[in-house]
Design a binder for this molecule. Structure first.
Ligand code: C5P
Length: 240
């Protein structure tokens, strides 16, 4: 899968597995176990640092898509150059931090235009709560700040944003059905929050209008990952 299916808000969101493991063998284990139930695997900082593009190649040969979540946050020239390299891997999605600012975001969009890779802007991490903004003396509320960054992302030409389920409804309302919304911080009722602060169940995130739910530990740490995944899929299917 190179590009992404065009998602409508009315469609069920697709589950992306966050492959947050520290070696190739473990990553392959989960891909083998969960594909084709999972069709997009997220390769983040830990795994990419551990094994580089080998894991991308493995996932794609299997037939699945790759979400390269390296959250680029640097000067415009460096971000654009890194995005150009990422395009060589033909990943379905990549992430940049919106806080890198409009010039950097536009530089990445320019480099990625004409490719099938979707560029997503991370707004405020789901592990961050309201106190953090206060400490930084940001006057806007968390919801306002995330919406502000999402609007900026759209103005700069990004395909969508990463935000928590809490802000999804407002972003969907303000930016329409064609703007991609990817939500981590997904926790089925029976699992632990861990370091995530702004969390919601798969059902709530679906109702709010997410296109993609990113799920890591609830599946990776489960005794039976396939069983948990099926429970999550069932809970989403019940949403009308
Ligand atoms: O294990 P868990 O389900 O919390 O994993 C969430 C994944 O989503 C992690 O890989 C994390 O890096 C990523 N993520 C996030 N919050 C963001 C952006 C990405 O939790 N705002």
């Amino acid at each position: 899968m190179k590009g992404l299916p065009s998602h409508q808000v009315t469609k069920s969101p697709e589950i992306i597995l966050a492959l947050d493991v520290n070696n190739l063998a473990r990553a392959k284990y989960f891909v083998n176990k969960l594909y084709p139930k999972i069709k997009i695997f997220k390769v983040g900082l830990e795994l990419f640092t551990a094994c580089g593009p080998k894991i991308i190649d493995f996932i794609q040969k299997k037939g699945a898509g790759v979400f390269l979540d390296l959250k680029f946050h640097d000067i415009p020239n460096t971000m654009a150059a890194a995005a150009k390299k990422a395009l060589q891997y033909k990943v379905a999605m990549l992430t940049v931090h919106t806080l890198a600012g409009p010039e950097a975001l536009k530089a990445v969009v320019r480099v990625c235009s004409g490719s099938k890779t979707k560029v997503l802007g991370v707004t405020i991490l789901t592990s961050i709560c309201a106190h953090f903004l206060k400490d930084l003396q940001i006057k806007r509320s968390l919801g306002e700040e995330v919406l502000y960054l999402a609007k900026m992302a759209r103005r700069c030409g990004l395909d969508g944003v990463v935000c928590s389920p809490d802000e999804t409804k407002a972003i969907r309302g303000a930016l329409g059905k064609n703007f991609l919304i990817v939500t981590p911080g997904i926790r089925p009722q029976f699992t632990a929050a861990g370091d995530q602060k702004r969390i919601a169940t798969p059902a709530l995130a679906t109702k709010a209008g997410s296109n993609f739910l990113v799920i890591g530990r609830p599946v990776l740490e489960a005794k039976d990952p396939l069983f948990i995944l099926q429970k999550i899929v069932d809970s989403i299917r019940q949403i009308k």
